[in-house]
Write a protein that binds this ligand. Structure first.
Ligand SMILES: Cc1ncc(COP(=O)(O)O)c(C=O)c1O
Length: 434
């Protein structure tokens, strides 16, 4: 049980944050939390309160806070060599690239490492343009890809876009969002209208030939939108017919998160030409990867460089994370505990009409809150209340969706049915209050 008694005292850290950081660096909760320590699935704030962390800093702490094996690898590497830049080879970078060639699907083989998901997606888009000689990119509405000019143009949320699109040639297809179908149809009678629409989008808004289709296997920031069966097969077939490559943005969905598979896209019968990832790959160290087929990687001409790309400390951390996932069978654990979590969330849906939809795969599960199940009017106010109430009960959760009405959970890959019960008890108590 929680020891949380929030709002006990004004945090000096929070006061300085409010005074000295860009106000756009927004925090969760009416009174933001200042975290000081983490261990396994739990974190502590600077008021001494303990919380079950069911969001992991946005699906990034994947194998537990301060995981001893990951920490050991980081400390050992810091003591040995902590920086090279990409101008020199380093062993952890070469070993990680080799490992990725083994565990990524299909013919993906060569990697370029960066510091973030934004850079990983930028690199993928540049690589696709260079490999195809074309410049137009299809992305999805409700997607998220980061903060650079290119990535922000690709983002499918006005809420995350402070400036108009800065990069030409990026067009947004309808999202495979069955709960709020953009065509008001129902699967499977819809005949995958959202995937078919990609063809019309290409034929009407591009030159007719594209460099790539970039999509998240499950739209993360969009509120864990899971495409229906057959969607990716159709979308990728259309993409290839128009000369494009398929980029799977696995920043949230990789490393066993979706259960049983290393990468989310492996749940569908398609092979990406490029995979990007970041977040959970490093369990909290800054990292990004772009892994491509040899043809795509080899078509990237001239010089390219990243000061911190392939940083040996980040690389050593990622190797340790992958080893923990393998040694502890965490892909299977994510599937099993994820199934239990899903059952319990479905149980809450029976009890509380405010839950309009439960969706996700593995340990990537969300609930969408609505004011009325018929009209599906989004209910961000209830999400805000559930946030405060779950915090009071010592549990941290995540938010998402264009309307901020989706509660996202991203529990650690090594979480258990017991901690799922702890999360559900907090959600149950919170939902009963609204
Ligand atoms: C799917 C996806 N792609 C890219 C990014 C950007 O990653 P970063 O914040 O590390 O730049 C994010 C971040 O949330 C993401 O969810």
């Amino acid at each position: 049980m929680s020891t949380a008694e929030p709002h006990a005292a004004q945090s000096e850290t929070v006061r300085k944050h409010k005074e000295f950081l860009f106000p756009a660096v927004a925090n969760y909760y009416q009174e933001p939390l200042a975290l000081v320590r983490g261990e396994g699935e739990y974190v502590w704030d600077d008021q001494g309160n303990r919380y079950l962390d069911c969001f992991g800093g946005v699906l990034t702490v994947s194998v537990g806070h301060a995981n001893p094996k990951v920490n050991e690898a980081i400390i050992e590497q810091v003591k040995t060599l902590s920086h090279t830049s990409t101008l020199y080879c380093n062993r952890p970078q070469s070993e990680l690239a080799e490992k990725l060639a083994q565990i990524t699907p299909g013919r993906l083989k060569k990697s370029f490492f960066t510091n973030s998901g934004t850079e990983a997606d930028d690199t993928a888009i540049h690589a696709a343009k260079l490999a195809t000689g074309r410049h137009e990119i299809v992305v999805l509405r409700h997607s998220y890809s980061g903060r650079s000019a290119t990535a922000l143009t690709a983002v499918g949320h006005s809420t995350w876009r402070p400036l108009p699109p800065q990069v030409a040639g990026i067009v947004h297809a309808r999202a495979p969002y069955c709960y709020r179908c953009p065509f008001k149809l129902t699967y499977p009678e819809c005949g995958l209208a959202c995937a078919n629409d990609i063809e019309e989008l290409i034929m009407t808004t591009t030159t007719g030939a594209i460099a790539a289709f970039m999509a998240e296997p499950i739209l993360g920031v969009g509120g864990f939108i899971v495409p229906p069966p057959g969607y990716f097969e159709r979308a990728v077939e259309i993409t290839r017919r128009h000369g494009g490559l398929f980029i799977a943005d696995e920043v949230q969905t990789a490393w066993g998160r979706t259960g049983d598979k290393w990468f989310g896209i492996e749940h569908w019968n398609v092979e990406p030409d490029i995979i990007t990832s970041a977040k959970g790959m490093g369990n909290g160290v800054p990292i990004g990867m772009t892994t491509a087929t040899p043809e795509v990687a080899d078509a990237y001409p001239g010089l390219t460089f990243s000061t911190f790309g392939g940083n040996p400390v980040s690389m050593a951390a990622a190797l340790a994370v992958i080893k923990v996932i393998e040694d502890d069978d965490l892909k299977r654990n994510a599937a099993e505990v994820g199934r239990y979590l899903r059952e319990r969330l479905d149980g809450l849906k029976e009890k509380y009409p405010v839950i309009g939809d439960v969706r996700g795969l593995g340990l990537m599960q969300a609930i969408e809150l609505v004011k009325d199940r018929k009209t599906k009017e989004p209910d961000p106010q209830s999400v805000a209340r559930v946030f405060e109430e779950t915090r009071r009960r010592g549990v941290l959760i995540g938010k998402g969706g264009l309307y901020a009405n989706v509660i996202r959970t991203g529990m650690m890959l090594n979480s258990t049915n017991d901690t799922v019960d702890e999360l559900i008890a907090a959600l149950d108590g919170a939902l009963a209050m609204i």
